[in-house]
Design a protein around this ligand. Structure first.
Ligand SMILES: Cc1cc2nc3c(=O)[nH]c(=O)nc-3n(C[C@H](O)[C@H](O)[C@H](O)COP(=O)(O)OP(=O)(O)OC[C@H]3O[C@@H](n4cnc5c(N)ncnc54)[C@H](O)[C@@H]3O)c2cc1C
Length: 325
């Protein structure tokens, strides 16, 4: 009986060693972890907040690709056929998909963030219904004594032009006065909150005392298509400055993971490098261009033939019926 037992153990340890070795070799030499592209996975935001990139899907990509852009082309090639697989062709396909609003391949990538932000900023982010969220519970746990206090040079006057925004900063005296009041109110509110907690008032009601600059935390997961929609709206200068801080942090965390997708988004999204023209604006442009004589249509700064052809089509739409130089 001893010999087969010994034999079995030998075989088992051989199999386990082989599997561990195979896993390590595969991980180290064949697949690349995209989180390794990001130098620092946590970015501090405002005075006590942060955005941490917790996970990404796909997390492992082929070593010769290095970025999760790979998952976009992988999905798209189901509809467009396998074709060649050079990286520059990946880029062309990713850009084509973005230009033509073929968005579902972008949904193949997901990001999970751990965020800590003031409640009034969470209220804006939560409007983006396509994210999955799990938030700190003020019913279950005691809210922390953590409130957002802007820096002096972040205390803004009400904008005269944008009813939703602030612009110029307040004078030092007024800003300091506001911050002193804010601190007093937050301290009093938190003391009262704790007092009522100790008296046995339910946490779900005691929290009504706390102001909306109290910090909350959540895990927030979203696919790349919807994340880019969120970032277009919340990195924009019309969004509240504080939410822009969180959106810009997310953008800088994902850019090294999906550089081609972010480049295409920056080039083609109407709230980034591109714009939309209305029919009325097109008519006005046509009128303007019809007055110009002997003009040559310049080529675009791209070697992509399809994009050049699309440009010629648009030039025709504007009444420029000439060939590109
Ligand atoms: C600068 C700025 C100012 C704002 N001001 C206000 C304000 O004063 N008051 C206010 O209430 N909100 C305000 N918002 C919030 C805004 O109206 C949107 O609710 C928020 O930006 C989410 O946008 P979304 O619905 O496109 O995003 P998501 O909820 O992420 O949805 C993404 C896309 O999915 C589709 N979608 C998702 N759910 C539905 C649905 N139920 N039905 C149809 N389509 C759906 C839509 O195409 C949508 O664009 C403001 C937003 C910004 C950026």
């Amino acid at each position: 009986m001893r010999l087969p037992e010994k034999y079995l153990c030998g075989v088992l340890s051989y199999v386990i060693t082989f599997q561990v070795l195979f896993f390590l070799l595969h991980k180290v030499f064949i697949m690349h972890d995209v989180l390794a592209n990001v130098p620092n996975l946590r970015i501090n935001c405002l005075d006590k907040g942060f955005v941490t990139l917790v996970d990404a899907m796909p997390r492992l990509v082929p070593e010769d690709r290095k970025t999760a852009d790979y998952a976009i082309v992988q999905a798209a090639r189901v509809s467009y056929g396998d074709g060649t697989k050079a990286i520059n062709e990946d880029r062309g396909l990713i850009r084509y998909l973005m230009r033509h609003a073929h968005t579902t391949p972008y949904e193949m990538i997901e990001f999970k963030f751990h965020c800590k932000m003031p409640i009034f900023i969470a209220r804006q982010i939560v409007r983006h219904r396509t994210a999955n969220i799990n938030e700190y519970s003020g019913r279950y746990s005691v809210m922390k004594d953590e409130f957002y206090f802007p820096q002096m040079n972040d205390v803004r006057k009400q904008s005269k032009f944008n009813k939703q925004g602030g612009e110029e900063i307040m004078s030092d005296t007024d800003a300091q006065g506001f911050l002193n009041h804010l601190e007093t109110v937050c301290n009093q509110a938190y003391d009262l909150y704790m007092e009522y907690n100790e008296k046995g008032l339910s946490r779900e009601q005691a929290r009504m005392i706390l102001p909306v600059n109290n910090y909350t935390e959540w895990y927030w997961k979203i696919d790349l298509h919807n994340l880019l929609h969120f970032l277009a709206l919340r990195c924009d200068s019309h969004a509240q400055a504080e939410v822009q801080v969180f959106a810009n942090a997310m953008l800088s965390l994902i850019e090294p993971i999906v550089p081609m997708a972010v480049e295409a988004w920056n080039d083609y999204h109407p709230m980034r490098g591109a714009t939309k023209l209305t029919r009325l604006e097109i008519d006005a442009l046509k009128l303007l261009l019809s007055k110009l004589e002997n003009i040559e249509i310049p080529s675009l700064e791209t070697e992509n033939k399809r994009e050049q052809a699309e440009w010629l089509e648009k030039a025709k739409l504007l009444g420029l019926n000439l060939t590109a130089n």
